[in-house]
Design a protein around this ligand. Structure first.
Ligand code: AMP
Ligand code: ZN
Length: 473
């Protein structure tokens, strides 16, 4: 089994991912809060998580991955204050919270499809697991880690083992209660305590409420990920993923409550892709005017050009979005498709078998390269290297197909590759030479006839400063 190395937020080092069961990986992903469209920043996180899952599968692991859909409980502040985001979405659009959830969950899946993000096998809306949340909160009560105050149920963080260990920061620098914009909740025993179940303080207009041993109410945001992960992936989780903003308080709280409930360490590796920002700062769903996949499409960009844009840089670096840099990625993407199409055509023409030994060498190098802290840009460099290498077209084709299992750029689907012709058009290239001669001899009739012949073959002649080029009609 190939070893995959990855930066671990908890240990602050790049280290091999050790799975609890050899050859089997469990992975949990914090899913979207479905009160609005996902913006391309959210989708950067999901793209990088997708590549990670596919890399493990490529390296021979059996992967079991689960993701929640946050359709209740996520307040406008991560610190248990403000309005429920779902309720805000519902108000904005004059719909019910469930209608909003259904609509934006489908929109999220649609975006994932366009970006070749595989939907995890297990996707669980929070509202479908209320009984599991209640059961987990009950365990926390039984273990003396939860208490009631002011009508709500809180987790007592003084009972957590090394509560701040994921962040690597001191309590003071992270204390939610001391942030200027957040008023302290006087019900809490410790400033870092958080709500497991709301009954009193928030629900003024809350639509979605359930009976519980502690009163009619609804769950806090953090409990859903612990409960869903424990239910579907068991007590030992190999990788937990989410954007960098999730480290505190969300993942910190997940660790506290999961470990308090199970009584031992829970998750061994924490994966946190950095944010995509725009020039004005962090992208945020609540800011309005957000950049979505549809907005990019309307501006004429293929969604997979955005995927390439993300793969070109390391997930641990913040990425600044601009249309200029997307345009560069889009042009690189078209060239990549066109080269892949040429190779495919050459391989089909040659009708050879790929060199399996060479293919295995490339596979090995790909896992080594991308498996060294998810270095996707070096993976792309290896792809370019293989495309230029002194190996048969059939072998190149096999390498492209193989790498694309992880990169998922549809390198051989051919659709966009049609922008530049593949190399089975040598007879048309010859006609271009003849046409150039005809023009030089001022034989316009012949030049026109050649243009018509090329057109009949499905290509247009485009005159450029570097000479005439073929473009597929
Ligand atoms: P949300 O729908 O707000 O719960 O976020 C969904 C995922 O996107 C979470 O993993 C967030 O951490 C992540 N995320 C939020 N903002 C950004 C951003 N600007 N860039 C990258 N990922 C983000
Ligand atoms: Zn989560």
């Amino acid at each position: 089994m190939h070893e995959i190395k990855l930066y671990n937020t908890e240990t602050r080092t790049v280290e091999p991912v050790k799975t609890h069961e050899p050859g089997r990986l469990t992975m949990y992903t914090c899913g979207p809060t479905v009160y609005h469209y996902a913006h391309i920043g959210n989708l950067r996180t999901y793209i990088m998580e997708d590549v990670l899952e596919k890399l493990f599968a490529y390296a021979g692991y059996e992967v079991k991955r689960a993701m929640n859909i946050t359709d209740v409980g996520h307040l406008t502040s991560d610190a248990d204050t403000g309005a429920d985001k779902m309720l805000e979405g519902a108000k904005r659009e004059g719909k019910t919270a469930m209608e909003i959830a259904r609509f934006y969950t489908e929109a999220f899946f649609g975006d994932c499809k366009k970006l070749n993000i595989k939907i995890p096998d297990i996707v669980v809306p929070a509202t479908s697991c209320i009984d599991d949340f209640i059961a987990l909160i009950q365990v926390l009560f039984d273990k003396g880690c939860a208490y009631m105050a002011g009508g709500n149920v809180y987790f007592d963080t003084s009972k957590a083992v090394d509560y701040y260990r994921l962040t690597g920061h001191s309590a003071d620098s992270l204390m939610v209660g001391v942030r200027d914009d957040v008023t302290e909740d006087s019900n809490k025993r410790n400033k870092s305590d958080f709500v497991l179940w709301f009954t009193e303080s928030k629900f003024g207009e809350q639509e979605l409420r359930w009976d519980s041993p502690w009163g009619y109410g609804y769950p806090g945001w953090h409990i859903e990920c612990s409960a869903i992960s424990l239910k579907y992936l068991g007590e030992y989780l190999d990788i937990h993923a989410g954007g960098v903003d999730n480290i505190f308080p969300h993942h910190t709280n997940e660790i506290a409550q999961s470990e308090a409930a199970i009584g031992h360490e829970w998750c061994s590796h924490w994966f946190h892709p950095r944010h995509l920002n725009d020039k004005s700062g962090k992208m945020s769903k609540s800011k309005g005017g957000i950049l979505t996949v549809s907005v990019l499409e309307e501006a004429g960009y293929k969604p997979l050009a955005y995927r390439l844009f993300c793969l070109q840089s390391h997930y641990m670096k913040q990425l600044v979005f601009s249309y200029e840099s997307l345009a560069n990625a889009a042009s690189a993407y078209d060239k990549l498709l066109s080269r892949a199409a040429s190779i495919k055509a050459a391989a089909e023409k040659a009708q050879e078998e790929p060199d399996l030994e060479k293919l295995a060498e490339y596979r090995e190098r790909f896992i080594e390269t991308v498996g060294d802290d998810l270095n996707t840009s070096m993976g792309l460099t290896l792809l370019y290297e293989a495309m230029k290498a002194d190996i048969s077209a059939a072998t190149k084709l096999a390498v492209i197909e193989d790498f694309d299992r992880v990169l998922s750029l549809d390198l051989l689907s051919g659709e966009a590759a049609a922008e530049e012709p593949a190399d089975d058009v040598s007879h048309l290239e010859e006609l271009l030479v003849k046409r150039a001669e005809a023009k030089k001899n001022r034989d316009w009739a012949l030049a026109d006839a050649i243009r018509d012949e090329v057109k009949a073959a499905g290509y247009m002649i485009v005159d450029t400063p570097e000479g005439a080029k073929l473009k597929k009609l």
